[in-house]
Design a protein around this ligand. Structure first.
Ligand code: OGA
Ligand code: NI
Length: 366
């Protein structure tokens, strides 16, 4: 079951940002111009001290390290998930050629003529295909981004009509890549469970056949990066998200930490991992799904390839018994994960507001 909209919407005209860029107009259409409060303050963020950045986890130390290395890395993992909800993973074991290949086919796809890409349209209110997701009304501001998204696992969420035949190696590359990323997600969830002091298989056993989806985000250069956002602030509805930044990509991803937008400095060959809403709920808020967004660059484009890994739609979610006691009462109710997925994809991206769905007291911010 792929979640779908059950109310009518009118999204108005959605300009394709790559086409706007080609038209070389310096004026940004009003629908992309953010209200003052939402505009990124680029000067403040680009000069952020480099030391203030998300932790880097060496997966090889978790997989094959000696006892001391393992212990140190697990502690780092646990503090990253508690304090940032984000980390970068190096020595992840995924063939670097495969990372290059997926970027190559993604870029080839985005560089196709718009008519070709529109053969795989993301219908309004849906989240697969080419276009802009999470747009539900005519007066909603738009992101300076083109997306191409596919549901991957289980096969029942696939829409074969949306799988491009051009570039010719697109589908096979997506298949190989998604298998590797799936393994990585399973490994990471095992270590995340261990870092919480619960059994390593807890999440895998609970999740059933995990849902896996992929979104390629292409952010063309924007003549006025100070006025627009590449991607609106949000937290991810997944359990875990794996984000690959295009090689040599500019700084674009930012995390909200203590009220400040902190840019993520790309680390060579690393993958960015973030905790999604599901793990926040399961851990009763101990591990955070941090709010994040993407900004654009005046001269350079940027690509990201994002995998969302989440429980099967059928399962019930709620804080795990081990995470609740009299000092830590349940902050979230129990709910069906399919219902949360539907709630997530039928609302615009709006910071962490989507998770109010699960909060016992929505005003309870922490
Ligand atoms: C996402 C996301 C950020 C980026 O796709 O959910 O947060 O840098 N992307 O593309
Ligand atoms: Ni995200």
């Amino acid at each position: 079951m792929a979640p779908v909209l059950d109310f009518p919407i009118n999204v108005g005209r959605i300009d394709d940002v790559q086409e706007l860029k080609k038209a070389r107009k310096t004026e940004i259409p009003n629908r992309f111009v953010r209200d003052m409060a939402e505009r990124p303050m680029l000067a403040a963020t680009t000069h952020f001290p480099l030391s203030t950045s998300i932790p880097v986890i060496d997966l090889s130390k978790l997989m094959r390290g000696n006892k001391q290395e393992f212990h140190y890395e697990i502690l780092k993992l646990s503090s990253s998930c508690e304090e940032w909800g984000f980390f970068q993973v190096i020595n992840h074991g995924i063939d670097l050629d495969l990372l290059e290949k997926i970027e190559k086919v993604a870029m080839e796809f985005f560089m196709l003529p718009v008519e070709e890409k529109q053969k795989y349209p993301m219908a309004p209110g849906t989240v697969q295909g080419y276009g802009q997701a999470f747009v539900f009304s005519e007066d909603q501001k738009l992101d300076w981004c083109n997306m191409f998204a596919l549901g991957l696992v289980p096969h029942s969420i696939r829409n074969p009509k949306l799988w491009p035949t051009n570039p010719p190696t697109f589908s096979e590359t997506v298949e190989s890549y998604s298998k590797e990323i799936r393994k990585l997600c399973k490994d990471l969830l095992r270590f995340i469970a261990l870092s919480l002091g619960v059994g390593g298989n807890v999440f895998e056993e609970m999740f059933g056949v995990s849902v896996q989806a992929m979104r390629m985000n292409y952010y063309p250069a924007c003549p006025r990066p100070d006025l627009v956002l590449g991607l609106s602030p949000h937290s991810d509805g997944s359990a875990l998200t794996v984000l690959q930044q295009g090689k040599g990509s500019t700084v674009g991803l930012q995390i909200l930490k203590n009220g400040t937008w902190v840019p993520i400095q790309p680390v060579r060959n690393a993958l960015v991992i973030n905790i999604g809403d599901t793990i926040e709920v399961l851990t009763n808020g101990r591990y955070k799904s941090s709010e994040h967004r993407a900004v654009t660059h005046k001269e350079k484009d940027r690509l990201s390839i994002v995998t969302f890994y989440a429980p099967s739609y059928e399962i019930e979610i709620g804080p795990m018994a081990e995470m609740v006691d009299e000092n830590n009462p349940s902050k979230y109710r129990r709910y069906n994960h399919g219902e949360y997925s539907k709630h997530y994809v039928t609302n615009k991206l709006q910071g962490k507001k989507t998770l109010d769905f699960a909060k016992i007291s929505p005003k309870n911010t922490f």
